[in-house]
Write a protein that binds this ligand. Structure first.
Ligand code: GLP
Length: 263
């Protein structure tokens, strides 16, 4: 586990984007797992800037998004399809046929649909680098507390806490989705490398529990402790409850000397 601490959200987004840009440059056909949420805004903004100003080429990449609200069409401004289009895809040269986002409009045969999403990931050769945010309750994707740590892509019922967090982005009075299609924890853990970004004081508890707490389905991000290659980038506020700061700083310093391309 590598922890990179940044002063604020701007620098966190830039640091994440530079790791991903390095990975794309090393492997132009990289398969990326992508995430949504407000934490990702500075990250995608910097990727777009690198495309425009430093010729970062997205034409060979293949992407799989983590999740989507059930019941929202791609045209809905709060859908993750819309978010990805607005914040990344319409600004870069990724090929539409290489972009995969779970379909929130499925209305039947959910298991079959979710298995087909898993199959598409396998057919592409698996995910090389998975980007994650984290929920206030420690969820990754929409894997709410008590999700099986071996879970696969499926429909998940959202907790009240998550629905309340999501409500802030919807119009007053508008119905907020109660369910989502999400990659499972088992799906996420199969990615070869994982990069999790967290910003703000509302994430301080979940980050401390994910990194330093016990592995538990009550904080699904803690399952990342079982993954061999995870990098967390957190800002000061999100890292405020971590205890082993000196150790993380030494790991970062020595890793950047030994394998600078990772950072
Ligand atoms: C949603 C997404 C998660 C994301 C989380 C955090 O729950 N399903 O993938 O990590 O939001 O969002 P934000 O960055 O807005 O706090």
């Amino acid at each position: 586990m590598l922890l990179i601490l940044k002063p604020d959200k701007e620098q966190l987004g830039r640091a994440g984007a530079h790791i991903v840009a390095g990975a794309i440059r090393r492997n132009p056909k990289i398969r990326l797992g992508l995430a949504t949420g407000s934490t990702m805004l500075t990250f995608y903004k910097e990727l777009v800037r690198l495309h425009r100003e430093e010729s970062l080429d997205f034409s060979g990449i293949v992407t799989f998004n983590l999740d989507e609200y059930l019941g929202l069409p791609a045209t809905h401004p709060e859908s993750f399809h819309y978010f990805m289009h607005e914040n990344l895809f319409r600004h870069v040269n990724a090929k539409p046929e290489n972009i995969h986002i779970p379909d929130g409009t499925v209305t039947e045969n959910y298991d079959r649909y979710c298995s087909s999403y898993e199959q598409a990931i396998r057919d592409a050769g698996g995910i090389d680098l998975q980007i994650l945010g984290i929920g206030r309750n420690g969820h990754i994707g929409f894997n709410e507390p008590t999700s099986s740590l071996g879970s696969r892509t499926r429909i998940k019922v959202l907790t009240k806490e998550t629905i309340d967090d999501n409500r802030k982005s919807f119009q007053p009075g508008e119905k907020v989705p109660e369910c989502a299609v999400t990659m499972g924890i088992g799906t996420i853990l199969e990615a070869r490398r994982i990069l999790l970004l967290a910003s703000g004081s509302s994430k301080a508890n979940s980050i401390a529990q994910a990194i330093e707490g016990p592995v538990t389905a009550s904080v699904t991000a803690s399952a990342l402790q079982h993954h061999p290659d995870v990098t967390f980038i957190v800002d000061q506020e999100a890292g405020a409850n971590l205890k082993h700061h000196d150790y993380y700083a030494r790991v970062l310093r020595l890793t950047s000397e030994l394998t600078p391309e990772r950072i």
